[in-house]
Ligand binder design. Structure first.
Ligand code: AHR
Length: 503
């Protein structure tokens, strides 16, 4: 089989906002406790944060981490997580039927972000609380001093404000599972009022309003229209979430799911355009895809805890999906979709980062390791920065549940002009055949291949574990070449590749 791709230097989509390689950490399961924080761990730093986890996080160069939820935030009192640890209350977390010790709060999370070199994106509670909590939290986090809340922060050991720019106005407020769930009008009004108050404090904040929890919600896409009609003048992004699953073990359909993702993005982009033109507005609202990942492997085992049959455990193993090789392909495809929609998706967060549906796994007191999906995320974040190219792709394909034609070859291209590199991320969805792929490089002074990474495996269900940490891992590719302005590579069946060319 053959496929052709045309990349022209001037045929671009948009600059990629680095923040599309963000991540998410929620007070859920073992994400925080025995995930990033484990004071007794042999690698723990003076703040009790695991050094082995911090290293894996740092390597990905994650630009932003969203915190503290998720569903958790909708009944969270941020004040519980400040002040002396031994005075912090243990609370029941209704979202995940667990107990929250509050040993980690905003100070500890901020210190960890500084350690791993990432920016904070904070969510305020618009479920059980509202404008008042949001303005107080903002004052605590961002005001230099001389006021009630900022002085409390100083007293609690942090003199300088953190100056957090990105703020989420609640989480998944369209979901009946959310504490304080609202309809679109109620939420739109509350979000607009909260945004107005937060902007009175600082006009330059970047505010993110809740869109739909997924594109199967009955309220979608009217939710986006109604919420934006209330908030368009006061927010910068609308948040979307989507999780992917291969429940019926149909790989062809599973790997076609990014059609659904791209339809979702395009529908919300057009809703943004509709509301913008109705309001004759000059402002541009973008998409913050601040929860995405594969999530289904752990559903069955989580039931007991989520249904309350285990009482209220603290930091139990929850949502601990063990990812396989097939998921590498899916995550590579999702990231390709975000690169191709760099014009409208300006923030995206893999959900989540450690232990909970996460690229990084830990054992309490034991090792931390990279799950299979760590690698496509790593490659995209580290090498996928620059300008997204509008590629013309001709590939054979197949009919799937999600589209008449799903091309076997899925590709995104990134031109990093500053460093003189062109990077292609390629997924071959074909089960049995290699695809000879020619990429015509137009308008570029032809260069040479500087890196070629391949992920393949004979078993789609192969996983990495504490004992076999590199069962699924990238290896150096071979056989790719450049001649007469054309990059040629063989894409093995079911494979993920990154090819970088110096131009
Ligand atoms: O990431 C897990 C959960 O998925 C989040 O708490 C929620 O926002 C979403 O439903």
């Amino acid at each position: 089989m053959r496929a052709t791709v045309t990349a022209h230097k001037d045929f671009t989509i948009s600059a990629i906002d680095n923040r599309v390689y963000g991540a998410f950490l929620e007070h859920l399961g073992r994400a925080i406790y025995t995930g990033i924080y484990e004071p007794d761990h042999p690698t723990a730093d003076k703040n009790g944060m695991r050094g082995d986890v911090a290293k894996l996080v740092k390597d990905v160069n994650i630009p932003v981490v969203r915190y503290p939820g998720g569903n958790f935030v909708s009944a969270y009192d941020w004040e519980d997580g400040i002040g002396p640890r031994d005075k912090r209350p243990t609370r029941l977390d209704l979202a995940w039927h667990t107990s929250e010790s509050n040993a980690v709060g905003i100070h500890e999370f901020a210190d960890w972000c500084a350690t791993v070199g990432t920016e904070m994106m904070l969510a305020v509670n618009l479920g059980s609380r509202g404008v008042d909590e949001a303005r107080n939290f903002l004052e605590y986090v961002n005001h230099p001093g001389g006021s009630y809340w900022s002085d409390k922060r100083i007293k609690n050991g942090r003199k300088e404000p953190w100056n957090v720019k990105m703020w989420c106005l609640g989480n998944e407020m369209d979901g009946p599972w959310q504490v304080g769930h609202k309809d679109a009008t109620e939420y739109g009004k509350l979000a607009a009022n909260t945004a107005r108050a937060m902007r009175m404090f600082d006009k330059s904040l970047e505010l993110i309003v809740c869109g739909s929890s997924n594109s199967d919600m009955a309220s979608y896409p009217d939710w986006e229209r109604i919420v934006l009609e209330h908030t368009y003048d006061h927010v910068d992004h609308i948040s979307l979430h989507m999780y992917f699953a291969n429940r019926d073990k149909n790989t062809a359909n599973y790997l076609a799911l990014n059609h659904k993702l791209e339809t979702y993005i395009e529908t919300v982009a057009s809703t943004i355009r509709q509301v913008k033109s109705k309001r004759k507005s000059k402002r541009q609202v973008y998409i913050s895809f601040d929860e995405w990942n594969v999530w289904y492997h752990s559903n069955q085992q989580d039931r007991k805890i989520l249904e309350g049959n285990d009482g209220w455990p603290h930091a139990p193993g929850l949502l601990e999906d063990i990812y396989n090789f097939e998921d590498v392909l899916m995550v590579g495809l999702i990231l390709n979709s975000f690169i191709r929609r760099a014009d409208v998706v300006k923030i995206a967060c893999i959900a989540q980062l450690v232990n909970v549906i996460a690229p990084i796994m830990t054992e309490k007191g034991g090792p931390a390791w990279a799950q299979t999906i760590y690698y496509p995320y790593y490659f995209a974040s580290v090498f996928g920065r620059g300008t997204a190219l509008n590629l013309i792709v001709n590939s054979p394909g197949y009919e799937s549940a999600h589209a008449e034609k799903t091309p076997y070859v899925d590709v995104s291209g990134v031109h990093d002009e500053a460093n003189g590199t062109l990077t292609f991320f390629l997924v071959n969805r074909q089960a049995t055949e290699s695809i000879d792929t020619d990429v015509s490089l137009q308008g570029f002074a032809t260069g040479k291949i500087v890196d070629h990474q391949v992920m393949t495996h004979s078993n789609l269900e192969a996983v990495n574990t504490a004992k076999k940490q590199t069962e699924v891992a990238p290896r150096k590719g071979s056989g790719a070449s450049i001649a007469n302005g054309t990059l040629s590579a063989k894409l093995p069946p079911y494979s993920y590749q990154m090819i970088r060319v110096k131009v």
